[in-house]
Design a protein around this ligand. Structure first.
Ligand SMILES: NC(=O)c1ccc[n+]([C@@H]2O[C@H](COP(=O)([O-])OP(=O)(O)OC[C@H]3O[C@@H](n4cnc5c(N)ncnc54)[C@H](OP(=O)(O)O)[C@@H]3O)[C@@H](O)[C@H]2O)c1
Length: 344
């Protein structure tokens, strides 16, 4: 099969579109013909060697897989050849933990394409129990935008921040793949949402998704704008995928008893913690990593009901994975970018 493989860590030059052996399913697995695979920023950290420096190379990334089952392992009874499925964007690697929930708290939980080979290929194997019937009415490229960010957004916004009607919340990087889905989930739950963007060209995009306040952090003061928007009270929750560069503003902008949820670090891995700010405000701190199976399925059900929608920015043929990564690294993405393994 063809795959976009990384042979070393580094810039986009480390990609090679090449022939590799097609994997064979073990007894509890299925072989999936990959029809579309979404890209996440995690893949960029992975390619650079920042996600897991001990990753065995060569490696095939890719967490958001939509495909068709073409072969089933001899112990699999409840999946069939020809079934169109999505693959869970993360699951425990050790089969002894298969079926354990919350899945994202299992010891060997791993993002698909993080430790084991993922969907930047024409085929992949996956444990059958972590494949789910694909929503019939959505094309492959749109479906492949969903699994990872839906899981993440439902876990961060609904479960951890407990966002509810009439609340005012801040979502960092509102046009990013994960931020835009968090924005949709927050609106679905009835919250009023402020988002940050790094360029005015993203304004219409986030407004159309329901953002009430859009802050261009390059030329506007995030803290002051949130203070005015909340009439001095501060926001009920901050959903943060940026990390270090915005941490101070995030904490300053929260109201007392507010929720701070972090799941990302595009703006830096570390920040200074000022303890009095934390305890006077009685901030609830949450580290958020992906989500549970129930959260993924709840999110997909909202998509089926038309309450959340896939946010496809553009597709690239798999052979152009390097160009697709560059597009994301140039911060041009709005929503999600998807790779098509069978396109020229
Ligand atoms: N833990 C989890 O479960 C989980 C799940 C999903 C994502 N994540 C993490 O969340 C973060 C975002 O992921 P994503 O896939 O949503 O990203 P993405 O779609 O590539 O979007 C990232 C956006 O972040 C903004 N940004 C702000 N400061 C930045 C900086 N210093 N460098 C680069 N971009 C910056 C940029 O938009 P502007 O130019 O408009 O600011 C950029 O387009 C990553 O750290 C990712 O690993 C974690």
């Amino acid at each position: 099969m063809k795959a976009s493989v990384i042979r070393s860590f580094g810039g986009t030059e480390v990609f090679g579109f090449t022939d590799v052996e097609t994997p064979q399913p073990r007894s509890n697995e299925v072989l999936v013909k990959v029809l579309a695979c979404g890209i996440n920023h995690y893949d960029i950290f992975c390619r650079r060697g920042e996600a897991n420096p001990r990753l065995h190379l060569p490696h095939v990334m890719g967490a958001d897989v939509v495909g068709e089952i073409v072969q089933i392992g001899n112990e699999v009874t409840d999946r069939r050849v020809g079934q169109r499925v999505i693959v869970a964007p993360g699951f425990p690697i050790d089969f002894k933990e298969h079926g354990v929930e919350p899945i994202n708290l299992t010891r060997t939980y791993s993002v698909l394409g993080g430790a084991i080979w993922g969907g930047y290929a024409q085929y992949l194997t996956a444990p059958a129990i972590y494949t789910y019937t694909a929503l019939p009415n959505l094309p492959d490229n749109e479906l492949a935008t969903l699994p990872l960010v839906v899981t993440t957004a439902v876990h961060a916004v609904k479960t951890l921040a407990q966002v509810s009607r009439e609340q005012k919340i801040l979502i960092q990087a509102g046009a990013s793949g994960s931020g835009a889905m968090c924005l949709q989930v927050a609106r679905l739950l009835g919250a009023n949402v402020a988002v940050t963007v790094g360029s005015d060209e993203k304004n219409d995009y986030v407004r159309e998704l329901g953002a009430e306040l859009v802050i261009n952090y390059r030329r506007e003061n995030v803290f002051e704008m949130l203070r005015d928007w909340t009439h001095g009270a501060g926001v009920d929750a901050v959903i943060d995928n940026v990390g270090g560069s915005v941490f101070a503003d995030n904490i300053r902008s929260l109201k007392r008893d507010g929720h701070f949820v972090n799941f990302g670090m595009v703006g830096g891995r570390t920040a200074e913690l000022v303890f009095p700010l934390i305890f006077y405000k009685q901030v609830h701190f949450h580290g958020s990593m992906m989500g549970t199976t129930v959260e993924l399925l709840w999110g997909l059900e909202q998509v089926r009901l038309g309450r959340l929608r896939p946010l496809l920015d553009r597709t690239f043929p798999l052979r152009e994975a390097a160009r697709a990564h560059e597009y994301i690294e140039q911060r041009r993405v709005r929503g999600k970018v998807v790779l098509l393994p069978w396109a020229d």
